[in-house]
Write a protein that binds this ligand. Structure first.
Ligand SMILES: NC(=O)c1ccc[n+]([C@@H]2O[C@H](COP(=O)([O-])OP(=O)(O)OC[C@H]3O[C@@H](n4cnc5c(N)ncnc54)[C@H](O)[C@@H]3O)[C@@H](O)[C@H]2O)c1
Length: 321
């Protein structure tokens, strides 16, 4: 991977989006439908894909390779990708492996992709029901943030991105919190602050072996909730709930005192948890999630969790819980 693209200069806000004047376009079919005027200028060959977890598979990758081949994509040609996290992950993976890597530019269209998925170079597809099991590290040359895309995003999709912003704020308090009270979309300054934060963590730790792992705060419990609910609970909601569970767990293990616990919970309370999630969380106990937590452990024999410890949030290895 080319980690020279993991830098603040690779991020750009474009208030009026410029239509790509060369290369190929891979686009979430919904985006093309919602922004017909922008794509009316269509000169570049375009491949449309229906977004969603189901698209992240080897068959779709193969159809992208065929699209690249039909259009004689060379290693020095640019692929412009418009879409949320699923399309960015998928298309970036295809671009990273086609002819051992072509040029890549991402135009994330969901809040989650703008502040998280499009930044840091992790690409991926699912394999045998295993999420992001196949992938590469391949940062885009440029990630273009166009806030206006968020105007058409459904409120529950907007909330998924806000959950990642909440997580980033928990890790780095200087980052602004989004407005959880309404459906106000974050302003450009806040978007850029969050995107730059993710970029700086990835720049410091491109291969996810050190501080980048902290970005998984809330994710172990969150993944357990997602799996246990057979993915009825959306990822961002699950992460928000997962951060609460991590705090509960830390209190139980005496990693934090009551005052530290209350302070963290006060911030987490701001998130607009959907009623279905609250009901679900009340209906299950830690014991039911434990097998999923064990499955989620990434390396070694120990359970590794990102947890509040004192005033910090840290990676903790536990032999047994
Ligand atoms: N690579 C990474 O570092 C990283 C980090 C976090 C998440 N992810 C991945 O991101 C994916 C989730 O991304 P997502 O939440 O963006 O999901 P998504 O791409 O499925 O988009 C969600 C929905 O919003 C629609 N949509 C997209 N942009 C829109 C717009 N501007 N207006 C209206 N509708 C729009 C899509 O068509 C889709 O129906 C997961 O697969 C996850 O694994 C990757």
């Amino acid at each position: 991977m080319n980690s020279k693209f993991l830098c603040p200069e690779a991020l750009e806000i474009q208030s009026s989006l410029l239509y790509p004047d060369s290369g190929l376009i891979v686009c979430d079919a919904r985006i093309k439908e919602l922004y017909p005027d922008f794509f009316a200028a269509n000169q570049a060959p375009t491949c449309l894909i229906a977004a969603g977890e189901d698209a992240k598979n080897l068959n779709t990758v193969q159809s992208l390779y065929q699209f690249f081949l039909r259009n004689s994509l060379g290693r020095s040609d640019m692929v412009h990708v418009f879409g949320g996290g699923t399309i960015c992950d998928l298309a970036a993976y295809a671009v990273s492996t086609y002819k051992r890597g072509c040029r890549l530019q991402l135009y994330p269209s969901t809040l989650l992709a703008m502040v998280d998925a499009a930044i840091g170079g992790k690409t991926g597809i699912n394999f045998h029901n295993l999420k992001n099991h196949i992938g590469s590290f391949y940062p885009a040359e440029r990630v273009i943030l166009h806030k206006a895309f968020l105007q058409t995003l459904a409120p529950d999709e907007l909330r998924q991105g806000m959950a990642e912003m909440l997580k980033a704020h928990m890790l780095f308090e200087e980052l602004p919190l989004p407005d959880f009270t309404g459906t106000e979309i974050p302003d450009e300054e806040d978007l850029l602050a969050h995107a730059l934060y993710k970029m700086s963590v990835c720049q410091e730790d491109p291969f996810d072996k050190g501080p980048r792992m902290l970005l998984n705060f809330g994710h172990s419990f969150g993944h357990a909730l997602e799996s246990h609910s057979a993915y009825r609970i959306k990822h961002g909601d699950a992460v928000a709930a997962g951060m609460n569970m991590a705090c509960d767990f830390s209190l139980q293990m005496n990693f934090i005192d009551r005052q530290q616990y209350n302070a963290r919970k006060e911030t987490l309370k701001l998130y607009p948890y959907p009623a279905e999630l609250l009901d679900y969380m009340q209906s299950i106990g830690f014991e039911e999630l434990y097998p999923y937590l064990i499955q989620d452990k990434k390396n070694g024999a120990n359970l590794r969790l990102i947890l509040p410890v004192g005033a910090e949030i840290k990676l903790v290895e536990l032999n047994e819980v």
